[in-house]
Write a protein of this length. Structure first.
Length: 302
């Protein structure tokens, strides 16, 4: 039996990343692309970050992307899989996103590129990140959203129902964009912002896509996943359905990755604060050129 409160097998997450370490440079396009987008967002913030943390760094995509951009002076990188940590250039330690090995207020910036979607307790992880930041420190993160690989999930589900008359656990729980900013606020971040990008990639066929996911270390790590070998016929049928439903005129298939971007600040008294209720200098009714009524007064004929 599996614990429904622990959806991910963290040992499997680590094994998947360790297995991918040697050839990750052949399959890290998505990590590199999202890291570059994070670096662009950081460059728009006109301030210095003396000490920064790259949480879940894989093989150092964010460090390579940010380079001299973003005002970072010292970058500490942290990765769950030691085999990947050893391939990240610069200062890197092996550590778990669920149990941060850093003291409170250690960093001016915490960045995270496509790692937190494998965390069992995301609100708890965000609270730890907040604690690791200095007052007025910045968290800038990215994780995969629920629309990711919707085409592959659709075809695998159809194939498995058709052949096995049932479904195996293959879909990871994800964060909805509508809830993302709320999670930041719940974790104590000030001025929380969440938005998303959609990245579409093409492959020769479904097997090329699945090979890529394995090379990225992003294969199934659900605690409730089937432990035995899946029937080959399921994957063959899924590939056939994928071509029928999502193949293009050139014969290639499309795959969608939804990336959620999270942006929040550790609280500080210098930050913009919401106005105290009743402190507005002008009335809304004046701005709208309408009549103001009390909350209990109903509109009626004059």
């Amino acid at each position: 039996m599996t614990d429904v409160n622990v959806p991910f097998d963290r040992a499997a997450v680590r094994r998947n990343r360790s297995r991918a370490a040697a050839d990750l440079h052949r399959h890290d396009f998505l990590f590199a692309e999202v890291a570059d987008r994070l670096a662009d967002r950081l460059e728009d913030i006109q301030r210095r970050f003396p000490v920064a943390l790259d949480l879940g760094c894989h093989a150092g995509s964010f460090g390579r992307a940010v380079g001299a951009r973003g005002g970072i002076e010292t970058l500490v990188q942290c990765e769950l899989a030691p085999e990947l940590a050893s391939r990240a250039p610069g200062l890197c330690v092996s550590g778990d996103e669920e149990r941060l090995p850093f003291k409170e207020g250690a960093f001016d910036l915490v960045a995270s590129t496509l790692s937190l979607h494998w965390v069992n307790d995301l609100p708890g992880a965000l609270i730890q990140i907040n604690r690791a930041l200095k007052p007025d420190g910045l968290f800038l993160g990215s994780l995969l959203g629920g629309e990711t690989l919707q085409e592959l999930r659709d075809c695998l589900a159809s194939a498995e129902i058709e052949i096995s008359d049932g479904l195996s656990p293959r879909i990871s729980p994800t964060v909805d964009l509508r809830d993302a900013a709320g999670l930041l606020q719940r974790a104590g971040f000030a001025l929380p912002v969440a938005d998303s990008d959609r990245i579409t990639v093409t492959y020769p066929d479904a097997f090329a896509l699945m090979h890529e996911l394995r090379g990225m270390g992003e294969t199934n790590a659900l605690s409730a996943r089937p432990r035995g070998f899946a029937r080959r016929g399921i994957f063959l049928r899924a590939a056939e359905l994928y071509q029928q439903r999502y193949g293009g005129p050139d014969g290639r298939i499309t795959a969608t990755f939804q990336v959620l971007f999270l942006h929040g600040w550790a609280p500080h008294q210098s930050q913009q604060q919401p106005l105290r209720p009743g402190s507005a200098a002008a009335r809304l009714s004046e701005a709208l050129s309408t009549e103001e009524r009390s909350a209990g007064e109903k509109a009626g004929p004059k």
